[in-house]
Design a protein around this ligand. Structure first.
Ligand code: IPE
Ligand code: IPE
Ligand code: MG
Length: 241
C-alpha cells in the first residue's frame, strides 16, 4: 500500500510532535554502545523533516533531550551533546535549502557553550524560512516550562502589572515557550513505550496520540505517513458530541 498517496491533503495535521525513543535498545540489539543508536537516529530525523515538508505539514517538534536525561551517565550526555552540535552544523545548509525554520524550546542556557552557539547560529540563519518550522526540545521538560510560566505570571501580579482575575487559558499559553505554535494535533512516540515522559503536557490536552513499536533509528518516511493516515481516520470531538 502506498501510504503517501492515501493521505488526504485537505486534512493534514498542522503540528506533529515526536518523542524519539528507542535509540539505546536499537544499539543493544546490535551489540553496540547506546551512542551508536543516537548516531543512527539522525537519519530518522532527516527523513521525518523531509516527509513533513513534502506533505506540507507546517510544524514539527522533536523531543531530543529531556531535563531528566541529564541524569544519564556523563559519557552518554557528553556524546549526545557533541552529536547535536555536529548534526546542527551538517544539516543547516539542507534546512536552509528546504525552507525550514529552526527553533528550540527548553532550558537552552543549560547546554554546553558550543551547542548554544551552533544552535543560535542555525536559528539565525534559518529565521526567514516559512515552509516548515522545526522545533527541537532540548533540556526540556513540560513541568519545568509550566513552572516558569507560573513564576512569570506571579511576578507580574506582584508588580501590579496583572490582575489575577485576568489569568486565563490564552494568557497562560502566552507564557509557555511554545507560544506562537499551534498545539500538536498528533503526538507520535516510537519504541513501544506508552507514556509522555514530561513532554508538552499542557499542549497535548486534545492531541491524538500515536504509539509505534518501531525504534527511532528505524523510523522512516513510510512510518510517518502511516501515523498521519491513522490520525486522519480518527474522529476528534474536543469534548463535544
Ligand atoms: C531516545 O532514545 C533518545 C534520548 C532520550 C536522548 P533512548 O536513549 O531513550 O533509547 P532507549 O529508550 O534507552 O532504547
Ligand atoms: C523521552 O525518552 C525523552 C526523549 C525522547 C528526549 P526517555 O527514554 O528519556 O523517557 P523514559 O525514561 O523512557 O520515560
Ligand atoms: Mg528511552
Amino acid at each position: 500500500m502506498d501510504f503517501k498517496e492515501n493521505i488526504n491533503k485537505n486534512k493534514l495535521p498542522k503540528h506533529i510532535a515526536i518523542i524519539m525513543d528507542g535509540n539505546g535498545r536499537w544499539a543493544k540489539q546490535r551489540g553496540k554502545e547506546r551512542i551508536f543508536g543516537h548516531e543512527n537516529g539522525i537519519k530518522a530525523v532527516r527523513e521525518t523533516v523531509e516527509a513533513a515538508g513534502e506533505l506540507g505539514i507546517p510544524n514539527l517538534t522533536f523531543y531530543a533531550f529531556s531535563t531528566e536525561n541529564w541524569c544519564r551517565p556523563k559519557m552518554e550526555v557528553d556524546t549526545l551533546m557533541s552529536l547535536l552540535v555536529q548534526a546542527i552544523k551538517n544539516e543547516t545548509p539542507e534546512l536552509l535549502e528546504k525552507g525550514v525554520k529552526l527553533a528550540a524550546i527548553g532550558d537552552i542556557d543549560s547546554l554546553p557553550q558550543d551547542c548554544i552557539k551552533e544552535l543560535n547560529e542555525a536559528i539565525e540563519t534559518t529565521k526567514n524560512n516559512t515552509r516548515l518550522k522545526v522545533t527541537v526540545a532540548l533540556s526540556y521538560s513540560s513541568q519545568w516550562e509550566i513552572l516558569n510560566a507560573v513564576k512569570n505570571i506571579a511576578s507580574q501580579v506582584k508588580e501590579n502589572k496583572l490582575n489575577p482575575e485576568d489569568i486565563n487559558k490564552q494568557l497562560f499559553q502566552k507564557h509557555l515557550q511554545t507560544n506562537g505554535t499551534p498545539d500538536p494535533d498528533l503526538l507520535i512516540r516510537t519504541s513501544g513505550e506508552l507514556r509522555i515522559s514530561n513532554f508538552l503536557l499542557w499542549q497535548i490536552a486534545y492531541s491524538e496520540l500515536y504509539f509505534t513499536p518501531v525504534l527511532w533509528p528505524d523510523f522512516r518516511k513510510k512510518h510517518f505517513y502511516q501515523a498521519v493516515l491513522d490520525y486522519q481516520r480518527r474522529e476528534r470531538r474536543f469534548g463535544k458530541t
